[in-house]
Ligand binder design. Structure first.
Ligand code: ADP
Ligand code: MG
Length: 440
């Protein structure tokens, strides 16, 4: 595995240090970005996304910690070299385009090459070629102000690429655009990643953009609070066995980007427990599940709140349903603890038997609860399949396929509906038991 291209270690950025308006915009940020990755820095306004991007771009020196590019501390470069680096290693796109109003579109794109020792004709040829590529070649002799926002942004995409940078930085590049122009600009940036193999670092607070990225760093109040791998893209950064697995939680995280990991777990659980509740009942139920998960109320209290009338602060479920939910939720929490223990011990040999016991326990439960009849060989195979899924060696689809497959050596040949149920249940447990919070 290659070394990361950009590494931040315990990076702090403080604005106005030593003054009365001192402000710590980033604290203890750790990121590893690999060549060819598409990374999104995601978070609410003011969370520190732009600050992190400009620190990586070489214009905001760390107040603490380090930021290395290709192993080099660019902030230790002499000023001339740092500028060279910004000009030829990094391309940048801004929300507000930042085109020079008095220059034609062509000159705007040709300009950065003045420092690259190129004659005028070659500069213009290259600028025109890029403008053509990004669909704005026909307006190259106009002034920027005569173009639509979407066109102006595609001009700045062309400008950012003119010196053939390794890394493209974009600070909310579609923040000022309508939805059609947004799509066009996002597609072009995606193309620069997948076709030109450039590393992309994009700042965004639009959840619809997350699908483009390999990985997303979530920022909140100057901290990186979570790192999420996009299961839809083939990863460049190696995902260590058992370190990151694609879970329902990660999928939920993309649907509810502002929710904490706890809240995502709650959603996963509530989604499992409910079929036909009203929104108001769901909100109450979420609250009770949170208390139960945190150990603040017992199973008995939980059942009692669920059974109480809505007017009395309850969820208004019938007694039998409330009891069933209480039992199931408690069981899932306990089994999820098993998963957590299992994954924490993957390195120690001595823990092998513990792990084995866990997979056995889970197998026993799944086999019994679904009334599945298996011979001895199949029994052992289920345990192996569970172990592989829980350590992240296989994904949800592999697991499901093997349960259903009639292949004599690897498959189990279960009925489709049973395979569906068993897979769904195991994914619930993984969502509850696997720690996806940000770790250094
Ligand atoms: P984001 O891009 O996520 O909206 P920023 O990185 O721009 O957030 O800002 C993070 C925090 O740092 C905000 O509270 C902002 O007010 C503050 N900040 C940004 N730039 C400066 C600056 N030049 N001087 C002082 N504070 C700043
Ligand atoms: Mg910003």
């Amino acid at each position: 595995m290659a070394k990361p291209l950009i590494t931040c270690r315990n990076l702090d950025i403080t604005y106005n240090r030593g003054k009365s308006n001192e402000f710590k915009a980033l604290a203890n940020v750790n990121t590893d970005i690999y060549e060819g990755e598409y990374i999104i820095l995601f978070g609410a306004s003011g969370s520190g996304k732009s600050t992190l991007m400009y620190a990586m771009q070489g214009s905001l020196p760390p107040s603490g910690g380090t930021m290395l590019i290709g192993g080099d501390d660019i902030y230790s470069y002499p000023p001339g070299e740092r500028v060279y680096f910004q000009r030829f290693v990094m391309g940048i796109i801004f929300q507000s385009f930042n085109l020079i109003g008095s220059l034609s579109v062509l000159d705007n794109v040709a300009l950065p090459q003045i420092f690259a020792n190129m004659d005028r004709a070659s500069r213009e040829r290259r600028a025109q070629m890029l403008l053509d590529r990004f669909g704005v070649g026909h307006v190259s002799h106009k002034l920027p102000s005569m173009l639509s926002g979407g066109q102006q942004q595609r001009v700045s995409v062309a400008r950012s690429m003119v010196n053939d940078p390794k890394i493209l930085l974009a600070d909310e590049p579609t923040g000022n655009l309508d939805s059609i122009s947004t799509q066009q600009v996002m597609d072009k940036i995606d193309e620069i990643n997948t076709f030109d193999k450039r590393t992309i670092i994009m700042v965004s607070h639009n959840a619809a953009h997350l699908q483009y990225a390999h990985r997303v760093y979530y920022l909140k109040d100057g901290l990186v609070v979570r790192e999420v791998v996009n299961p839809q893209r083939k990863q460049i950064k190696s995902v260590k066995e058992g370190e990151t697995i694609v879970t329902e939680l990660e999928q939920l995280a993309r649907l509810f980007p502002y929710d904490s990991v706890d809240m995502l777990r709650v959603k996963s659980m509530v989604n499992f427990l409910t079929q036909s509740l009203t929104f108001n009942q769901l909100v109450r139920l979420e609250h009770s599940v949170l208390l139960l998960m945190k150990g603040k109320i017992s199973e008995k209290d939980f059942i009692s709140v669920l059974g109480k009338k809505y007017e009395d602060g309850g969820v208004n479920l019938d007694r039998a349903t409330a009891e069933k939910m209480g039992k199931e939720a408690t069981r899932i929490i306990a089994q999820a603890d098993d998963i957590r223990r299992f994954r924490n011990h993957t390195k120690a040999d001595a823990a092998f038997f513990e792990q084995h016991k866990f997979a056995e326990r889970l197998k026993e439960y799944l086999v019994h609860s679904h009334n599945i009849h298996l011979d001895e060989k199949q029994q052992a195979r289920v345990s192996d399949l569970i172990a592989d899924r829980v350590t992240g060696v296989s994904n949800e689809t592999d697991f499901h396929t093997l349960l259903e497959s009639k292949d004599k050596r690897h498959g189990l040949g279960l009925q489709e509906d049973i395979s569906d149920d068993v897979t769904r249940y195991l994914e619930k447990l993984i969502a509850q038991g696997v720690d996806v919070s940000y770790k250094k």
